[in-house]
Design a binder for this molecule. Structure first.
Ligand SMILES: [Fe+2]
Length: 223
């Protein structure tokens, strides 16, 4: 592009600190972020290296990170907002009910629609390791050990009249099924389908988050 370089590592620009966690690449904004940076991003425990098929979906909504987090921590919405994907959702325990083993975990039982009448029942737990990350872990059933990590990142400054938030969601799928090793080798072919599944869900979920933010801005919604 015609940039004059002098052979040094930085030709007049200041680099940002980055961290590659193997699935996601993080950039630390330091002072520009307006918050106290952590040494490393908060990455929840994941399936062992090389054991999962991973795919990352990215979307942007006109909302704040809290609206994305609220959607992810509302387990009740799954079956009625995404009837094409989930049926028979039952919330087993919430932090408030005290029924969950860990007091900061939401536990659900849900069946995932694969195709037609074929459904796969799973048990899953939701938790938030930091304020803008929600993790869903499948604890029982098909794909136990799989993780869906949702990160909500603000793209606009606090208090912006039209806030925008990026949703970065990493799916790390594992399976005990025979043939999964073959599936792992086919990861480049599977990723578009995994991403398409996430994109379909987030089409609805971003509308949920945007509506929540609109209601809050209108003053008709507490919180
Ligand atoms: Fe959803």
């Amino acid at each position: 592009h015609g940039l004059a370089l002098d052979g040094g590592p930085t030709a007049g620009w200041s680099p940002w600190s980055v961290h590659d966690d193997g699935v996601l690449l993080w950039v630390r904004l330091d002072r520009a972020g307006g918050e106290r940076p952590t040494d490393l991003p908060v990455v929840p425990p994941r399936p062992g290296p090389g054991s999962a098929v991973d795919a990352v979906y990215t979307g942007v909504g006109t909302c704040e990170p809290q609206d994305v987090v609220a959607n992810r921590l509302d387990p009740w919405h799954g079956a009625w907002l995404h009837p094409y994907s989930f049926v028979d959702l039952r919330v087993l325990g919430t932090p408030a009910s005290g029924a969950a083993q860990d007091e900061d975990v939401l536990a659900v039982e849900v069946s995932f629609k694969v195709s037609g009448r074929l459904v796969v029942p799973v048990r899953a737990e939701f938790s938030a390791p930091e304020p803008r990350t929600v993790v869903m872990r499948i604890t029982d059933g098909e794909g136990a050990g799989s993780v869906v990590e949702t990160h909500a990142t603000p793209l606009t400054a606090a208090g912006a009249p039209r806030p925008r938030t990026a949703v970065v969601e990493a799916v790390l799928a594992v399976s005990d099924r025979r043939g999964f090793a073959v599936a792992r080798a086919l990861a480049p072919l599977l990723r578009p389908a995994m991403r398409a599944t996430a994109a379909r869900l987030w089409r609805d979920d971003l509308r949920y988050a945007e509506r929540r933010r609109q209601l809050r801005a209108s003053g008709r919604f507490p919180g």
